[in-house]
Design a protein around this ligand. Structure first.
Ligand SMILES: [Zn+2]
Length: 312
């Protein structure tokens, strides 16, 4: 827990900060309203003009100053149909943003008295805010590392990983991380050469050096050289783990964080929900230098309507 004390003052957001900023549901609603409709100004569909809107007492609505037509800042957000208090949602986001390893539904159930089911659902919805669409690397960057992780089974060994091998009911996750930068981690139903190349093209900018181990999955990467990608491999099957710049230690560090979290905090995660947990870990990892202002980043997304991304 010493780690928390090392957060610089300007990057701290304490639980006292939280309570004084969001003392009640109204303060939370006002925050969402301001993010969506700054100053309460929104197009009124009746007036067909931008109009100022004022809070309707006792409701989550704001009324047009001219004609009284209502707007609903929570419409289309993860809070839309909730019967859980907005303040509890905010608090759950705060807790999720302030931990490094994750927080369990059990813990928030104990702390706030909501049912386990409610807590679990709330976390699942919040994780939907945490998926990101990134493109990594690019010219002049120190390169990316790419590696796979098997979830729900033993940690991969250094050798014997061949394409097409039956992995039982393990789920494969592919990860790509910038050195000293951001990560993308995706559940990848197929661990094929084609799938690997497709991921690179989707998430990595050309002119990037890609470091991998010597698994057959990465055999196609040299063929991407025509598109400006470069590729170096470390010979894990010969028990070589670092050769100068060539290693995959960054991504392996991320995998151990995920495994510790899923094993220690969540105990187990089914394949169906694995992606949303990966999104949660990636979101925090990508903001690890923001102290616990991660809550602020989550809050920013909370007012976005979910049509931004199809929910799974
Ligand atoms: Zn109006």
């Amino acid at each position: 827990m010493n780690r928390r004390q090392t957060i610089p003052k300007e990057l701290r957001y304490t639980v006292e900060n939280f309570h004084s900023r969001f003392p009640d549901n109204d303060a939370c609603l006002e925050q969402i309203k301001e993010q969506r409709f700054p100053g309460g100004v929104a197009i009124c569909h009746k007036c067909e003009k931008p109009r100022k809107h004022y809070r309707v007492k006792g409701r989550t609505a704001y009324a047009c100053e001219t004609c009284g037509n209502h707007i609903f800042p929570l419409a289309g957000t993860i809070f839309e149909k909730t019967s859980t208090s907005l303040r509890l949602w905010f608090y759950a986001m705060y807790l999720m943003g302030s931990t490094r390893c994750g927080i369990s539904a059990k813990q928030i159930q104990r702390e706030t008295g909501v049912t386990y089911k409610t807590a679990w659902r709330m976390f699942h919805q919040i994780r939907k805010l945490m998926s990101e669409d990134l493109r990594l690397g690019g010219a002049g960057t120190p390169g990316v590392e790419m590696d796979e992780m098997y979830h729900g089974g033993r940690r991969k060994g250094g050798s014997g990983r061949l394409l097409g091998v039956d992995r039982g009911n393990k789920t494969t996750v592919m990860g790509i991380v910038e050195r000293k930068g951001r990560i993308v981690a995706q559940v990848s139903p197929e661990l094929t050469i084609a799938a690997t190349s497709a991921l690179v093209k989707e998430y990595v900018l050309p002119e990037t050096m890609i470091y991998t181990d010597d698994a057959a999955t990465y055999n196609a990467l040299p063929r991407l050289q025509g598109m400006g990608y470069q590729h170096r491999r470390i010979n894990h099957s010969a028990k070589v783990y670092v050769a100068g710049e060539v290693h995959t230690n960054t991504i392996e560090g991320f995998w151990s964080l995920v495994k510790r979290g899923i094993g220690g905090v969540y105990h187990s995660v089914s394949a169906k929900y694995l992606q949303s947990y990966l999104d949660e870990y990636s979101f925090r990892y990508n903001r690890r230098d923001s102290g616990n202002l991660i809550f602020a980043a989550m809050l920013e997304r909370a007012s976005e309507t979910m049509s931004r991304k199809p929910s799974s």
